[in-house]
Design a protein around this ligand. Sequence first.
Ligand code: ADP
Ligand code: ZN
Ligand code: ZN
Length: 722
Amino acid sequence: NLPFFFSFSVYNDFMPLYNVWIEHAALDLNQTFTYRSQYTLQRGMRVTVPFNNKELVAIVSEKADVPDSEKIKDVIGIIDETPLLNEELFELAAHLSDTYVSSMVSCFKTMLPPALRPSSRRAAIVYEDWFVREESTQPLTKKGQERWDQLKDQLPMKASEFRRQAKTHARSFLDKGYIRIEKRVKQPEIPVTERQDQRFVLTAEQENAITQIEQSDSQVFLLHGVTGSGKTEVFLQLAQKALDQGKQVLFLVPEIGLTPMMISRVRSRFRQNIAIYHSQLSAAEKYSQYEKVRNNEVQIVVGTRSACFMPFTDLGLILMDEEHDTSYKQDMMPKYHTRDVVLFRSRYHHCKAVLASATPSLESYARAYRQVFELVELKERIAKTLPQIHMIDLRTEPVIQGFSRRLLDAIRQRLESKEQVILLLNRRGYLPVVKCQNCGEVITCPDCGIALSYHRSNDSLMCHLCGNTYHFDHVCPQCGSRHFMDHGMGTEKLEQKIQDLFPDARIVRMDADSTRKKNAHAAILEKFENEGDILIGTQMVAKGLDFPNVTLVGILQADAGLIRSDYRANETAYEMLEQASGRAGRSSKKGEVMIQTFDQEHYVMQAVLHHNYKEFFQNEMQYRHLGNYPPYIYMATAVFSHDDLDKATRIAQKARNMLQEHGCRVLGPIEISMRMKKKRVRLLVKDKNESHLETVMWHLVHNLEKSNVKMEINMHPLMLED
Ligand code: ADP
Ligand code: ZN
Ligand code: ZN
């Protein structure tokens, strides 16, 4: 029992007040609330607080500078003893919130692994039993003693593994106090093909690039190296130097599709010192990797987009591979770009950041042009020769079932000489459109309104926008006919056609369908490497693959990307074509690329033909200048959605007026495809000044009349067609 005066002293006037950010399921609150705490709290800790008669999780922001009053309630409990978000990450959240016009809480949620998000205290963290060594003098049997002497130095060990080795003795070790059980967070089992670490004598160009980066005073570098110029080796050596100085390294890669090859290369170099973080990990696996970084157990993190939020304390280098890749931009609020986070963290840690690509984004190259970033170039391939590009003009060349004779001949010849082929068709499924032969009806997604694709693998219809799958009974819903057009083709149909033409070829297909299962990517690539002749796939196959035996790349429907109306369509098309071309002829064997096109005069095609990035850059910059597009101006979109199109449009018009009053150029509202059955309209907002654009968009958030029309803001969107 506490003495009277002690319990009395808990009530005093000097208990500190704190502002906290509250996570609330229904409301997206973007303001702090004040609570009283009897303990000292630090910014970035999680606490529980009473809110509307519920107990909610909140993140501490700072001491509140207001007088105490009866209305202010007490903090209920403290979740973290030390701040979950350190000062840097807290500032980063505020930065993301400001610049991406999103609530603080949405930024916290994005930055933390699922198991640590404010709302998920009971997240599925999986524990497993480990045996830990104890001191004991209890006598063991002779056999038992022998076993103990063999095993004791290997502890702590996973219980299952220890039992396997100690057999029947495990029980008595436990009973006699030689070992005890400890629960530890289950470690992820990330299968990585073990590779022999290959170290190279650097080429003069690689050497120069490293020296330039090391000796320069610049902080951010754009490493522009043609495909196959050995950028990875430059990265690995820079990383090694930072690690040698006891610093941490962040190594970002765009997509899981690229990661298996890259991870195994990085891991074979740095062995145990590495954490791996990407979106296909389970919540428990992410948590364990996150904790490894927080506890300073690893020095280097390789990962995709969300790895940019790892809790580093002493970052010495940030590497961002394939910096042009669109997977670096998040598609939910806050719709941040990883590059911006990289720049923020490199400023904070005073460390260098190297962005690399064979096809840099226009934004980055323009910044290098203006010397905001320092340009570092690798102009030569390790293999010395770039692949030879052939434009196949579909208007004049003989075509068999969608394939030019030249391409088919080239494939046959590769099969005979036991070399490998990559074929790219950027459309998955079997048929892109299911259209009735009798009445012309096109089957569309009820949620999005766009045409559904037929997928033969699961005999169903799929919407490539929302991902929904629909049963297909092969009957026209309009007229009952059973006959559908056979126009167009996706990767499934391509696979079948190629197999028909080359019955003995061993074909492997890589697209979003064949890689849905965890670790499927790595398995497919391994299969191709070891026993495949032809790899067929969507733009996935254009990215990062390094197979020395690939000597032919064929690109079908190369123009498909150019006819999109999006302002970045040309850039995306150029990237894909140049990157895909870059997969051919990466070793001593000469490479060839065949591009089937109707439009070989287009400057995108010409730049690919000449392997000339600058030619593309200059043409594209002119086009952006004329159209008043980034990087000449800053852009944002606001999308309004509602069941009722008129209602969404009315609110959008109000928003447009408000934005125009503030001097922005606004295009729209225009109607775009539905999402989740909701009608949607979009405004496109342009402004010469980035911070003015942010201010105006915030003004919109705060002052647009409240309604049940939902508004979603995308700052610096990469894609307009939604
Ligand atoms: P990039 O990322 O620029 O496309 P990579 O880093 O994948 O190129 O390198 C291309 C190929 O050249 C890889 O197979 C790599 O192992 C090899 N390579 C890299 N540097 C050297 C070197 N200095 N000497 C020999 N081979 C190298
Ligand atoms: Zn019909
Ligand atoms: Zn859909």
